[in-house]
Ligand binder design. Structure first.
Ligand SMILES: N[C@@H](CCC(=O)N[C@@H](CS)C(=O)NCC(=O)O)C(=O)O
Length: 225
């Protein structure tokens, strides 16, 4: 067996949906090989994923056995389940298990799915004017979905599901950095704002963030979005 075959291989460029997966693997302590593909940049990049994911989307995690897992939430939940020692999710009998599953399904279905539309609105819109409307409305829909989630998530703990940083926190911390950006997110989702700031500042992830999704000037997005 060569080295490549023995390792986890994660497809997805820095800042993509591969980022929360990579952060979870970092907390678990699993070394991986990364393949930086940015499928939102066009057909040529998407084609680089076709051999592992016919949807030509990232993230894709290829296990040492060769098995392929796609779908960010599924990968995160699977990793948390396979590594209970890392305490990245409430176990099956935990009182917050239902809320964990609820929000892990909500983020990709209600929010992440909007970026397929946004990244290339011409896939749905017939002309430039319609594309503009789609971009405005999906931005507002994303903000509204964060607002609705924020009003319903558990409160009073450092992280969304208790005292420990878990995969839901990683997922929200990364996806909330996409359009309309963190400033808008902080206004719409004050409870989750406290949590994502804690995730940004997590010492075990400091090197990871610096390497894979740095906090460079302007990283929080436009103040007025
Ligand atoms: N349901 C997928 C969505 C993945 C997704 O949309 N990924 C983006 C990159 S962050 C992508 O590959 N976009 C390519 C495209 O728009 O066709 C998941 O949760 O993993």
């Amino acid at each position: 067996m060569n080295d490549h075959a023995k390792r986890y291989v994660l497809y997805g460029a820095p800042g993509s949906g591969a980022t929360p997966v990579h952060a979870a693997l970092t907390l678990i302590g699993i070394p991986i090989e990364t393949v930086d593909v940015a499928p939102w940049k066009g057909e040529a990049e998407r084609d680089k994923l076709a051999h592992v994911n016919p949807m030509r989307q990232a993230p894709v995690l290829v296990l040492p056995s060769g098995e392929v897992i796609t779908e960010s939430a599924a990968i995160l939940m699977w990793l948390a389940e396979r590594h209970p020692e890392a305490a990245l999710a409430p176990p099956a009998d935990h009182p917050l298990r239902a809320q964990y599953l609820r929000w892990m399904a909500y983020v990709p279905s209600s929010i992440y799915s909007m970026y397929w539309v946004r990244d290339e609105p011409s896939r749905l819109a017939a002309d430039a004017e319609s594309e503009k409307v789609i971009l405005e409305r999906t931005r507002e829909r994303i903000a509204e979905c964060w607002r609705m989630m924020d009003a319903q998530v558990p409160r009073g703990t450092p992280y969304l599901l208790g005292a420990k940083l878990g995969v839901l926190d990683l997922y929200v911390a990364v996806v909330s950095r996409w359009t309309p950006g963190r400033h808008r997110f902080y206004r719409e989702a004050p409870r989750m704002a406290e949590v994502v700031r804690r995730v940004d500042a997590e010492p075990r992830l400091a090197d990871f963030w610096a390497a894979r999704f740095p906090f460079t000037p302007g990283w929080e997005g436009p103040e007025t979005a």
